[in-house]
Every structure is written in C-alpha cells, then in structure tokens.
Design a protein around this ligand. Structure first.
Ligand SMILES: NC(=O)c1ccc[n+]([C@@H]2O[C@H](COP(=O)([O-])OP(=O)(O)OC[C@H]3O[C@@H](n4cnc5c(N)ncnc54)[C@H](OP(=O)(O)O)[C@@H]3O)[C@@H](O)[C@H]2O)c1
Length: 263
C-alpha cells in the first residue's frame, strides 16, 4: 500500500510511539486524521501536520463508533493507542479491567471492523495494529496487558486471512521495550533482567514496512529478545521458571508502580 496521498487514521498520537509515527507518515505525504482523548494535546499536533483531528475516548463504545463514522474514507488505519495495563489483576477493579479490554482490544478490533468495508469497496487499504512482544509471551504482573496483546495478535492474523484477495492488508507490529519515549521509557525504570531496548525509529520503520509490503507480523526488538520470546511462546512453563531465576521482581514492581495511575 502506498503511503503518499493515502488518508491515514492514527490512534494514540499523543503518546510516544504515536507521535513518532505521525511525524514519519506526514513526511511521507500521508493525509493524516489524528485521534486522541485530550484536545489540548491533539490540537498542536494537528497544526504541525496540517491534520484533521477527531476527539474520541477509545474506552467509550459510542466514541469508537462515531470516530469510525467521522473517519470514513480512511485508507490506512494504524491502531496504536493502548494502556500499559500492568500489575496484578487482583488489584484491578472491574471498571479497570473493562477499560483495558476496551482500549487495547475492543477499540482496535471495532475500528478495523467498521473501516474495512470502505477499504474493501475501494479494493485497497491497510490495517496496522501496534501490538507487543507481550502478545507472544507472558511475563508476571501483566495479565491484562498480555491478554489484550495476545488477543490483538490473534485478531490481526485471522482478520488478515479473511481479507485476503480484497486488496486490503492487515499487519501487526510488536515491539519489545522501547527507549526514550512511550509507556516503558516514561517509567524511568531499567528493563527487567537488563534486556536491551529498541529505538522508537525502529518501531516506526516496522510500521512503514508492514504497510508498504503487507507483512503479516513484524517483531521489533534486539535479536536475543526476539529469540527468547519465541522460545517462551513455545515453552511457557520453562520460560516462567527462567524468568523467576532471573529475579527481576524489583524492577517489575517499579514499572508497575509507575504505571498504576494510568489504569
Ligand atoms: N513503549 C514501549 O516500550 C512499548 C513496547 C511494546 C509495545 N508498545 C505499544 O506501542 C503502542 C504505543 O505505546 P506508547 O509506548 O507510545 O504509549 P504511550 O506513550 O503511553 O501512548 C499511549 C497512547 O494511547 C492513548 N490512549 C490511552 N487510553 C486512551 C483512551 N481511552 N482513548 C484514546 N486514547 C487513549 C494515549 O492517550 P493520552 O495521551 O490521552 O494518554 C496515548 O496517546 C501501544 O500499543 C503499546 O502497547 C509500546
């Protein structure tokens, strides 16, 4: 799918990775529709990129429906917004569980469902989900995040098959820990077990490649982390024991504490 001249709806643009994706999409000549829940954060971005904006809270099903209606004609959906949703699920209220599911899984699936028919009618389009390596392998204190990212991966890979032959591609880009900006870097914590991070530009490149080449799945992480994640996805019981031996509890607890207010 060509990005230049395409209408691109991007969620989560007020966050770290979303901001980087918007800059690159704009540089490549996309016609941007930016969406977020905070007007004061959204408007300066709209001015910078000459973009249309649509205010929407992705935790609210009515807002998601309205967003899709107002963004009709979208050629490329980049569903990037998410909550960190970390911590022990026993500490979650039912409302917090609902919000994690709504923002991280329901909203991207629903936007894809509502925008894909227009793309299919045009015989061209692309849907790119931003997932996480947490969609492949589980780690402690991440039940809700892991559940939503596993779910997003499943949705993406299956929906891609449903749309095969229509001219509309579906991809998922799954980063590991991203440095400098975004929901992990904002915690100010080192990575659990000292695993290496990736630069945000690598995630953006992954998104561009996924869209331009219609790649099913792109994992953006240092090679050793990609390898360990694949092993962990095949042998979860073994991976769980290795993680316990690595003894990263203090670091994980610090990340959870830093993200608690965003549940
Ligand atoms: N950073 C990493 O290390 C990392 C690693 C793997 C995967 N990822 C994935 O990368 C994507 C982007 O993450 P990020 O690191 O850029 O996180 P971020 O800086 O926290 O940004 C998250 C974005 O989601 C938006 N959002 C949250 N709740 C929303 C709601 N109810 N309605 C509308 N928008 C909402 C936020 O809006 P507000 O600005 O209003 O809060 C923000 O724009 C996510 O899918 C994340 O899971 C990130």
């Amino acid at each position: 799918m060509h990005i230049a001249g395409a209408t691109v709806l991007l969620t989560g643009v007020t966050g770290g990775i979303g901001g980087s994706i918007a800059a690159e999409m704009s540089a490549r000549g996309a016609d941007l529709i930016l969406t977020g829940r905070r007007r004061e954060a959204l408007e300066p971005l709209a001015e910078r990129y000459g973009a249309r904006t649509i205010l929407a809270d992705l935790a609210d099903p009515d807002d998601v429906q309205r967003l899709a209606e107002e963004a009709a004609g979208t050629d490329i959906l980049i569903a990037n917004a998410a909550l960190p949703s970390s911590g022990d699920v026993l500490d979650y209220t039912p409302a917090q569980i609902d919000r994690a599911l709504a923002v991280n899984l329901r909203a991207p699936a629903m936007l894809a469902r509502l925008l894909a028919p227009g793309m299919v009618a045009d015989g061209r389009g692309h849907i790119c989900f931003v997932g996480s390596l947490s969609g492949l392998a589980a780690t402690r204190s991440s039940s809700m995040y892991t559940a939503t990212k596993f779910g997003l991966r499943g949705f993406s890979l299956a929906f891609r098959q449903d749309l095969h032959g229509t001219g509309v591609g579906v991809s998922i880009v799954q980063p590991g820990f991203v440095r400098e900006l975004g929901m992990f870097a904002n915690t100010g914590s080192p990575t659990p077990g000292g695993v290496r991070t990736v630069a945000p530009e690598r995630v953006v490149k992954g998104v561009i490649r996924a869209i331009e080449r219609d790649v099913a799945e792109i994992n953006v992480a240092p090679p050793e982390l990609k390898f360990l994640t694949r092993i962990a996805s095949q042998f979860p019981g073994f991976a769980e024991r290795v993680q316990r031996l690595a003894g990263a509890d203090q670091t994980v607890n610090a990340i959870v504490a830093a993200q608690e207010s965003s549940r």
